[in-house]
Structures are given as structure tokens and as C-alpha cells.
Write a protein that binds this ligand. Structure first.
Ligand code: DC
Length: 668
């Protein structure tokens, strides 16, 4: 099986719902089993690794219901005392299940368990954990190499006291012991012999233990004091919200850096336990993206509005020790960076799903000029874009994934960039993504379809609410055409005033409208209306005289009708000119011109703020008088259309308004 990655035709313009975090889900399942009672995990991840964990906990005697359709997992547990005394566990290639379930079952006095796994897991480090458990009394028989899967364990509970552990190969070893430690006979101190890797995961474990009512803290560096648990509360009923997966977010955070445009990472703001949430900061520091919080989501935009994407990076060296699951995302995409980068702090990932450093280097070698693989780092020397195109010569590169979900997802991202004619990357064994994100390719397909969807966006609001600024900024960022319909009314008003026609002389207005020809001039991102082939100058339509008359002319139904058909033709003008959407601002766009627009936004701000903004622009305009006329006229009055999204911009700066508006557009 292979998956061809179709390229994005233009900028990325999508909103992405992230799966629940694998690490948080699997820790929460373990803690729920330990704490006893019933626990409902909302927003849980459903993937191979979490199903393996559920299966192991069931074998240990917990009742686990996976309700994928509604996104929750329910666990009922009688606590450690009720754990099954024997079980045959199969942990697949799930590092969390491998380490956590071993530690959990070690808590049972007189237990007999067997453990087996996928071929890849048989090579992954376990001995640090097994040695610590041995010192606490557990006995192991190994069926293969000592210290590795498969093995059997005779458990006798943990004694507690000082538990020394070597977790230098994997922080999961330390996490496993920390979670089990509250159930040792005497209060435990888990003492790290040496250092561990991926430190933030230890913080996640401690944080989640606290959330489940266990007391554990790092008293001093490498020494963890763990309080004894109260008896299991089998009557407890808790609801625990799983945060979205920050590592999964890394793929879609990278995308706008390469394609331009923007992505909304839905609920990303909830990621507080996961170290990998820092990856977006790294991208920001690298000068690849800009980010802005919008509610509990995060808007990630390309740092540049115009190509080339991605821009020159601010540094050529990046340390991933703390966020190593995301190094693959960065490394795979570095093939398209304008210059070389060195990626460090990744040696420990050689003992993960596969030897990730070697795997990434081998696959990158297919698409870059040179890769320098060292024990703890890789240097990536990309080809120039043209050289890459020539090297591909219309063909595709097959990326081997080594049954590693992150290889498959990471290398899909550069595949989205139209480097050559058509698709150029295909992913071998794409099904391996089911380890943490079974729906990844479908989400990527939807993001591509959403990005290419032609959107019509209506932005309405009174005078000086900031419509023009936000519409201009958003259309530039998204590559959409911008139309300011206020300028249409101003242009007609100017012409009528020049001809000496007053707003109440309807027949003269009709006469003039029947004599003029309107057309369109596309100027950069904006489409402007011309009258008899002439574009009115800004100083002609934006002055006191026009300000005072325009609302009166705009109230005349004949004037509005005249412009209606013209304005409704703008989506075709946008498409003909190669824009992938249209942002039209005015007073009646969402209510009358495009009531079916993909997104309808109504901007508002209090009077004083608007007056101040206008004065700052050096324009004297009686905003309230004009708004009163616009609101009270019979034909297409200024209203917030039913169903439109109202944004009160009074206390927001321009960037915040733009981010909020972009997020509404991306979700539409
Ligand atoms: O946005 P603006 O201030 O340039 O608009 C000038 C006038 O045009 C405003 O007072 C009302 C009118 N207008 C309208 O009635 N309908 C629109 N869609 C846009 C503007």
C-alpha cells in the first residue's frame, strides 16, 4: 500500500480538528485504573496505542468502554487490590503500554504475568524499568535477550523507599515508576541515576498525577517524592478532559510555513501538559510562522504573505531534545528550506519506534543534496527548488516509513508543496499512522479541499469599525480578492455631485445611471470600480463633500439596485483573475448581496473608539450621522445579518481582529 500526497494548489487555508493526545490519554487511562471508581475521558484519542492500553487494562480487570463515535473512553476500576493476578499482555509497539502496564502489574502481590510485543518493541529499552522493579522484589524470566521483551514477571508489590532508576534511554521508564509509586507499601522516593530524555514528559506525568489526586513532586533535581495513595475510591465518578495532541499539531503548524496562508489549530490552547506544544514557538523563532491565540484555538500563519515560502530561517541550528517527537516534522520539511539546518538533541530517538535519526536521514537523502548523520544530530543540505524539480523530472519519490507513524505524517507535509508537476511524494505503508492518528490522511485531504475551496466572505459594519483594514489584510494573507463596496457608493456619489444632481432628484439619478458604464480594474489584491473606464482618485471620493452626501445617495433604491448586479458579479471576476476567494466589505453584503456567503462577519466598536480611530486617520467625518442614515433607510439598511458572526473590536488591536476574522473564514 502507498499513499500519494497530492499537492496544494495554492496557499493553505484550513481549520484542523486535532486528535486527543496519545500520551495524555494513555497516562489518564493508567491513572484512572489506579485511582479506582469510574472515569470518563472526554476527547480521548482512539488509535492503535490507546486500544492496546485499553486491552491491557481490561486484562488487568478494569472495565473499559471505548466510545469512539462520541469521543470518550470510560474506565471502571476496583483499584490495585482488584487487579487480576495473572494475564498475558501484548503491548504491540506502544512504548507507553509496554512500560506503564509492566509497572502497574508489578504492584500486585503474588501476580504472574507474561508480556509480548511487536518485533520493533523487542528492540526498545526496558531494562532500566525492569532493574528498578527487580530491586523492589519482582522476578523476571526472559524468553529472548535479557532486559528485553518478551518476558514473564512474578510480582510481589513494591516495597517503596528509595527506588533508583536508570531512565536515560526513555522518560517513559521514569513515568511508569512514578505512577505506580503511590501504591508502594511505604512512601517512595524515585531517584534518577543519571539524567533522562524528553524531560517535559516527566512534567506531564507529575501534572496528571496531581489531577488524579496523587502527590508527586521533584523535590530536587532527579529526586521525586511520591506520597502514599489513599485507598482506591471505587465509588468515585470523574470526568477528565484530554487535551489535543500537540505533536499531531506540529504537522499542520508546519504546513503554512511551506505553502503560505494560514491554519487554525482547533483547541490547541488546551495543550498545557505537553512539551511538544513548544514546537510552534520554535517555528516562530525560526521566522517561519506567526501565531495568534483566537479563543482556545491557535492561528498559525506563514511569516510572509507573499512567496518565496518558506523564507530564510533566523538560525541554522535547532535543539529538539525537549520536543524530540517533533524533530521529524521539522527535518522532513527542511528539504524545502532555503538553506541548511542542523537538528540536534535527537540521539535518544534512535531507540524509539524505529531508529528515527537513521530513518529520517535515509529518506531525506532521497530529496536533498546532502545529509550529515551523526549520533545525536543530522545536518540537512537542501537542493535549490529548481534542482529538486529537475531531479524529480516529473516522477515521485517513495518514502519508506519503517512502520513509524511519525515518518509517514512528517514526510507528507513537504509532499503538499507543488515542487514539480503533480504529486511528487508517496508514502509507503500509510496505515502506520493509526498508531496515533488514524484519520491523518483524511484530515490532510480535507485541509487541501478547504484550502482550494472558493470562499465568498462578507464583512459588514458601520463607518470606521476597521472593515477595510481587516478585509485588506485577510485578503492578502489568503490570496483572496478584496472589494470595498463603500468605494462604489462613493464613486457614484462623486459623479452625481459633479453633475449637480441632488439625492432627492430620483429621475436625474436614474438618467445618469442609464448613461454610465461601470467596469472593474484589478489593482494588486483589490478590484476597483471604474465609471466609463475611469477610476476615481482617492482624494475625489474620500473628502468632506462626499462623506456628507454618500449615505443619502446610498439610501436611494435605484442606486442600490444599480450596484447590486455589479457586486454580485465579483466572485466571477475574482475567479477569472486567479484569486481563490473574495472578501467584500460594506453594509449589506451579508444581508442582501451574498446572504449565502461562506462566512459573514459583522464588525462593531463603540462610538468613542471609532471617532478616535477616524480622527487618527486625519479624517473628519460625522460617523454617527452617517450610521444613523445607513441604519434607518428602507432599502438594505445596515444590520448585523441573522447568523453573521459579530466581532466587537472596541478593545482589540488590528492583529487580533484580523486573526479572529481569519479564524472564522478558515472554519467556513
Ligand atoms: O464604507 P464607507 O464609509 O466608504 O461607505 C460609504 C457609504 O456608503 C456609507 O455611509 C454607506 C454606503 N454603503 C452602503 O450603503 N452599502 C454598502 N455595501 C457600502 C457602503
Amino acid at each position: 500500500m502507498k499513499r500519494v500526497i497530492d499537492t496544494f494548489r495554492g496557499k493553505c487555508r484550513a481549520s484542523v480538528a486535532l486528535p486527543g493526545s496519545k500520551s495524555v490519554t494513555n497516562r489518564a487511562m493508567v491513572l484512572a485504573a489506579l485511582a479506582g471508581g469510574s472515569t470518563r475521558l472526554e476527547g480521548a484519542l482512539f488509535s492503535r496505542d490507546t486500544k492496546i492500553m485499553a486491552d491491557c487494562l481490561q486484562k488487568l480487570g478494569c472495565a473499559v468502554v471505548l466510545c469512539e463515535a462520541e469521543g470518550y473512553v470510560e474506565i471502571r476500576s476496583g483499584g490495585v487490590e482488584k487487579f487480576a493476578r495473572s494475564a498475558d499482555f501484548f503491548v504491540g509497539n506502544a512504548g507507553t503500554a509496554a512500560r506503564f502496564v509492566t509497572a502497574l502489574s508489578a504492584l500486585v502481590p503474588g501476580g504472574e504475568y507474561s508480556f509480548d510485543c511487536d518485533a520493533a518493541m523487542r528492540l526498545r529499552p526496558m531494562s532500566g524499568l525492569l532493574n528498578a522493579l527487580k530491586l523492589q522484589g519482582a522476578k523476571f524470566d526472559f524468553f529472548g535477550e535479557d532486559g528485553f521483551f518478551p518476558f514473564s514477571m512474578r510480582s510481589c508489590g513494591l516495597r517503596g523507599g528509595d527506588i533508583e532508576v536508570d531512565a536515560s534511554a526513555s522518560s517513559q521508564i521514569l513515568s511508569a515508576l512514578l505512577m505506580a509509586a503511590p501504591f508502594a507499601e511505604s512512601p517512595a522516593r524515585v531517584v534518577l541515576g543519571g539524567e533522562t530524555v524528553s524531560r517535559p514528559f516527566v512534567g506531564m506525568t507529575l501534572g496528571q498525577m496531581g489531577q488524579f489526586g496523587f502527590s508527586a513532586r521533584e523535590a530536587r533535581s532527579g529526586v521525586f517524592e511520591v506520597g502514599k495513595a489513599q485507598c482506591a475510591d471505587s465509588g468515585a465518578a470523574r470526568v477528565y478532559e484530554i487535551e489535543p495532541d500537540a505533536t499531531a499539531a506540529s504537522y499542520f503548524a508546519m504546513l503554512p510555513a511551506l505553502t503560505g496562508g494560514a491554519v487554525l489549530l482547533e483547541r490547541f490552547g488546551r495543550c498545557v501538559l505537553q512539551g511538544d506544544a513548544k514546537f510552534v514557538k520554535l517555528l516562530e523563532c525560526a521566522g517561519l510562522v506567526k501565531t495568534c491565540k483566537v479563543g482556545d484555538s491557535l492561528l498559525v500563519e506563514s511569516a510572509r504573505a507573499e512567496p518565496p515560502f518558506p523564507p530564510e530561517l533566523t538560525s541554522s541550528e535547532y535543539d529538539f531534545n525537549d520536543i524530540s517527537d517533533t524533530f521529524l516534522t521539522f527535518a522532513a520539511s527542511s528539504a524545502l528550506f532555503p538553506s541548511s539546518v542542523e537538528i540536534r538533541g535527537i540521539g535518544h530517538t534512535r531507540a524509539q519506534e524505529t531508529d528515527r535519526v537513521a530513518a529520517v536521514a535515509a529518506q531525506l537523502a532521497k530529496i536533498v543534496a546532502r545529509v550529515d548523520e551523526k549520533s545525536d544530530s543530522i545536518g540537512v543540505f537542501p537542493m535549490e527548488r529548481r534542482a529538486l524539480r529537475d531531479a524529480l523530472s516529473g516522477g515521485r519519490v517513495e518514502i519508506s516509513t519503517y512502520d513509524d507513524h511519525r515518518m509517514a505524517m512528517a514526510f507528507s507535509i513537504p509532499g503538499c508543496v507543488p515542487v514539480s508537476e503533480g504529486a511528487w511524494i508517496e508514502i509507503e505503508n500509510p496505515g502506520c499512522v493509526s498508531k496515533t492518528w488514524p484519520g491523518f490522511f483524511e484530515v490532510l485531504d480535507r485541509a487541501r479541499a478547504d484550502s482550494e475551496k472558493f470562499r465568498v466572505v462578507a464583512v459588514d459594519g458601520g463607518a470606521a469599525v476597521g472593515k477595510s483594514t481587516v478585509s485588506r489584510v485577510c485578503s492578502q494573507k489568503l490570496g483572496y480578492m478584496h472589494v470595498d463596496t463603500g468605494a462604489h457608493y462613493r464613486t457614484l456619489s462623486f459623479g452625481l455631485l459633479e453633475s449637480g444632481i441632488s439625492p432627492d432628484d430620483i429621475s436625474a439619478i436614474e438618467g445618469m445611471l442609464s448613461r454610465i458604464q461601470i467596469g472593474t480594474l484589478v489593482d494588486g489584491q483589490s478590484a476597483k470600480m471604474t465609471v466609463n473606464g475611469v477610476l476615481a482618485r482617492d482624494d475625489q471620493i474620500r473628502n468632506k463633500r462626499v462623506n456628507e452626501a454618500v449615505a443619502k445617495f446610498a439610501a436611494v433604491p435605484q442606486v442600490r439596485n444599480f450596484l447590486k448586479n455589479y457586486q454580485r458579479s465579483m466572485p466571477s471576476v475574482a475567479a477569472e483573475n486567479g484569486f481563490s476567494g473574495l472578501i467584500m466589505e460594506g453594509r449589506d453584503i451579508g444581508s442582501v448581496i451574498f446572504p449565502d456567503a461562506n462566512a459573514r462577519i459583522f464588525l462593531d466598536a463603540d462610538e468613542a473608539t471609532r471617532q478616535a480611530r477616524r480622527a487618527k486617520e486625519g479624517i473628519s467625518d460625522s460617523i454617527s450621522k452617517r450610521d444613523a442614515l445607513d441604519k434607518s433607510r428602507k432599502s438594505a439598511p445596515l444590520v448585523c445579518a441573522e447568523g453573521a458572526e459579530r466581532i466587537d473590536t472596541t478593545n482589540m488591536d488590528k492583529d487580533e481582529v484580523a486573526a479572529k476574522t481569519l479564524s472564522i473564514i478558515l472554519k467556513s
